[in-house]
Design a protein around this ligand. Sequence first.
Ligand code: FES
Length: 58
Amino acid sequence: MEKENTKITIKPNGQIAIQGSVDIVDIEGNEIKHAPRFALCGCSKSSNKPFCDGSHNA
Ligand code: FES
């Protein structure tokens, strides 16, 4: 079986766009559910961390 490739794109506005299989866990190791394609917040303005909520545009 071929391994799925995961693509991570760093955007200039702070978004970290992720496409592909990845596990995200919190500091206690609990899985954080997410969509198949999503973006993490790299600007620290999101009210829905670790995910981007579009606040980087404000
Ligand atoms: S990157 Fe922080 S809210 Fe979008």
